[in-house]
Write a protein that binds this ligand. Structure first.
Ligand code: FE2
Length: 291
């Protein structure tokens, strides 16, 4: 089986890399590991890149990279995908820091990379900025969330929750969600989420956004599905960015989440949420519904 264990990077197109870097480097506090005229590779701490920015007329999500479990090579993954009817190509040195990757287009045309090895750049954490732990999850708009949820199961993803029948949560590790799929009439990213260490870092991060004249669109509040405390704003290209902490931990062996005092069910298992109950567990009204 072509099984992955993490979302390693997200690839954006942008008309203005320099403006995006002022945000991802200066505000989020990530490190530029490598840059040329066409592309910038940005790291949260140890990876060669977790955000890849490519010059493009259009801004927005191009695709993302998932790291393969150690028991399968990129070459083997490409062979298996092609046997399964997915047109996948093996590429060498197509992305800096990754010697070999498999590239294919998913059901909606997002460009997905699967790879085994990425060079360890290890710029460490910056002294200033939000300084997230990692890229936590990516939420994408798709034609049919139910179809996408089924499609990504072939890569080892498990469905952990739903909002009604239009927003599916998927994990390939112990994080509540790594990929989300939202049924939509247009193809675009919904949001990209950075994981922070705790509430105090979240508060400091919002003060930091305020100082940089970046308005907070929604939150902070505790969601239903995932129970993460989340807040949302936009990057300079308008991509929606979530900062979160305290998300549920999934125990795949038990099909449940680690218990927390704010859970509704004991045990808390994957379930279907209503939209309103999922938006906030604190009863706060926000102008932007997010879904
Ligand atoms: Fe999210």
């Amino acid at each position: 089986m072509v099984q992955v264990f993490r979302l390693a990077y997200v690839h954006f197109g942008t008309p203005e890399i320099a403006r995006m870097l002022r945000y991802y480097q200066g505000v989020v506090g990530l490190s530029v590991v490598e840059q040329d005229d066409e592309r910038a590779y940005v790291s949260t701490s140890i990876d060669h890149h977790n955000i890849m920015l490519s010059t493009s007329d259009e801004s927005g999500l191009i695709g993302f990279g998932l790291q393969l479990m150690p028991n399968i090579s990129a070459r083997e993954a490409a062979q298996e995908l092609n046997r399964n009817g997915i047109k996948a190509s093996l590429k060498t040195n197509a992305v800096s820091g990754i010697p070999e990757l498999v590239e294919f287009h998913d059901l909606d045309g997002y460009v997905v990379h699967l790879f085994s090895e990425m060079s360890v750049a290890a710029p460490g954490f910056q002294a200033h900025g939000v300084r997230p732990n990692k890229v936590g999850h990516l939420s994408v708009r798709v034609k049919d969330a139910k179809q996408s949820v089924e499609y990504y199961k072939q890569f080892g993803f498990t469905n952990t929750d739903w909002i009604e029948d239009f927003f599916g949560f998927m994990t390939c590790n112990r994080d509540h969600h790594v990929l989300n799929f939202a049924t939509s009439d247009h193809k675009a990213m919904h949001h990209l989420a950075f994981e922070l260490r705790d509430y105090t870092q979240l508060i400091s991060a919002m003060d930091h956004l305020g100082k940089n004249d970046i308005p907070i669109l929604w939150g902070p509040s505790r969601h239903g599905a995932g129970h993460n405390i989340a807040t949302y704003h936009r990057d300079p290209d308008g991509n929606m960015i979530e900062l979160f902490t305290d998300a549920d931990i999934y125990i795949p062996e038990l099909g449940m989440f680690e218990p927390r005092p704010w859970h509704e069910n004991f045990p808390q298992k994957p379930r279907v949420w209503g939209t309103e109950e999922c938006m906030t567990r604190w009863g706060t009204s926000f102008e932007q519904s997010l879904v």
